[in-house]
Write a protein that binds this ligand. Structure first.
Ligand code: GTB
Length: 481
């Protein structure tokens, strides 16, 4: 019998045991209360929703619940209790299937992650949870703690439950971290029926580790049609909520009860819903995207309108009501200098290891932002907003001269080097980003080495990806490749 076959019509029909076993109020109610609290008014997604044992009471508590489920037979039972409008369900594999929208909570209860029989599949499941979550959202797993200490030395089987009419026996494959539960049931005539379920047991520490891997390094597992939950009688001494993970689309914060740890997190930045430059890459989110691309960090983008930027929710992130902002778990940053420096300090690739070279690279970041960008910004303002003013003709050359003064000195320092101080660094990233704002002005033309310097920056694959991503927002087309 394949695992998939476990969840056939007959099993689905007999799955629910209202009021007893895993449906007993003392089992179900605390779990539902806890999940409702964790959803905190947001939407919840149940992986392997089954017949709705948890989803139905959770939905009754006012939580908006969606499900993913492989077995149509199980969903048919759920439909006797809640219709599609109340609890929508996507038929598919919890390691790969996609439900529309984002969720504050994804949960996977009753040992069901153990039905994914390889580490790769379990990791894929974490990744799929991460993909569905709002930034800072939670992935909750209920799972028993492996009971290897019960295994007698030299043996690979342990009887874990005996009661009239039932014997539960586990056989272990310690090398592959597998356990098969054999459920023997005897009827009144002494006739025995055997059902089996296979599991990959997981230690809490391994779950924490899975939760700590950034989504970029999480490989998607191959689906083998595994069952999605323990067979009904497999009732280990599982904690009510065994493992909590706060995660988002690309990273995960994992921990267990009372011991949450900060690990890799989702990064979300904000950008203009509609950039005034029509996708030329001049808005400042481009430099943040570029830095993230250079260090290989995936990120999500939340687009904001000009009106929304001045709303309290955005002002809480950015006191001046601007973009970009940067969120990573509980950390919220604004100012591109601080954001790029944060990225460069947390990840390899944008700052040299040598402390002095590192300090010099950071100095170039400040020089770009504090010394070179202000006159360029002034020039933009004059051109954009003051062209009809009486002072325009007199002011423009003065402001252009201030820009040229910076360019001539920067050009002299760069000379024929590729980058400002040895290898490409966050200093170059920031300087090129600032100089790019001059591209259409013609002012750079007088400085061939600066033009070539900007060209080298633009040619970097990470810049190309960042540029394509911001352009895609404007064109509505996904970036190629
Ligand atoms: N010092 C801050 C930082 O570096 O993060 C400056 C942030 C900033 O100026 N943000 C601008 C913004 O949000 C967007 S980048 N402006 C809206 C507001 O203040 O209400 C500046 C920008 C905007 C548009 C173009 N463009 O269209 O060419 C270029 C640059």
């Amino acid at each position: 019998m394949s695992h998939h076959d476990c969840w056939d019509d007959e099993t689905a029909r007999d799955y629910d045991t209202p009021g007893t076993g895993m449906f007993a109020p003392e089992v179900l109610e605390p779990a539902v209360d806890r999940l409702a609290a964790l959803a905190a008014g947001g939407r919840a997604l149940e992986f392997a929703i089954g017949t709705g044992r948890v989803a139905v009471p959770l939905s009754r508590k006012g939580v908006s619940v969606t499900g993913i489920e492989l077995s149509t037979a199980m969903v048919a039972q759920l439909r006797t209790k809640a219709d599609e409008a109340r609890i929508p369900v996507v038929i598919g594999d919890m390691a790969t299937a996609r439900a529309p929208g984002r969720f504050a909570l994804v949960y996977l209860v009753y040992n069901t992650i153990s039905n994914l029989l390889t580490q790769a599949e379990q990791v894929a499941c974490f990744r799929n949870a991460a993909r569905h979550l709002d930034p800072g959202g939670r992935f909750v797993i209920e799972l028993w703690v492996p009971e290897l200490r019960k295994l007698p030395p030299g043996q690979d089987a342990v009887v874990w439950q005996t009661e009239p009419g039932y014997v539960g026996l586990d056989t272990y494959d310690v090398l592959n971290q597998r356990v098969v539960s054999h459920h023997f049931r005897f009827d009144d005539d002494g006739q025995a029926a055997l059902t089996r379920s296979s599991h990959r047991y997981v230690w809490p520490t391994e779950l924490d580790l899975m939760g700590s891997w950034p989504a970029s390094s999480l490989r998607r597992g191959r689906r083998t049609g595994s069952a999605r939950r323990s067979l009904p009688s497999r009732v280990h001494t599982c904690p009510s909520i065994g493992c909590l993970a706060d995660l988002g689309p690309s990273g995960i914060r994992a921990g267990r009860r009372g011991r949450e740890r900060r690990l890799a997190m989702t990064i979300t930045i904000t950008a203009f819903e509609r950039s005034p430059d029509g996708g030329k890459g001049l808005a400042r989110d481009t430099r943040v995207r570029w830095a993230l691309e250079e260090v290989g960090q995936p990120y999500a983008v939340r687009l904001v309108s000009f009106a929304a930027m001045k709303e309290p929710a955005h002002l809480a992130l950015h006191p001046f009501g601007q973009i970009p902002t940067y969120q990573e778990g509980d950390l919220a940053l604004f100012e591109t200098g601080a954001i790029v420096l944060h990225i460069a300090e947390r990840h390899a690739g944008l700052l040299p290891d040598d402390p002095n070279a590192r300090a010099r690279a950071i100095t170039w970041m400040f020089a770009a932002l504090n010394t070179v960008e202000p006159p360029i910004f002034d020039l933009e303002i004059v051109r954009l907003l003051e062209s009809g003013k009486s002072w325009f003709e007199a002011r423009l050359p003065l402001v252009e001269d201030r820009v040229r003064d910076r360019l001539v000195r920067l050009s002299a320092r760069l000379g024929d080097a590729d980058w400002l101080d040895g290898a490409f660094s966050a200093g170059d990233l920031m300087m090129v980003s600032v100089l790019l704002r001059l591209k259409s002005s013609g002012l750079l033309d007088g400085y061939p080495n600066l033009t070539a310097y900007v060209g080298r920056g633009e040619a970097r694959p990470a810049y190309q990806r960042a540029f394509a991503a911001q352009l895609a927002v404007y064109t509505g087309k996904p970036p190629a490749g």
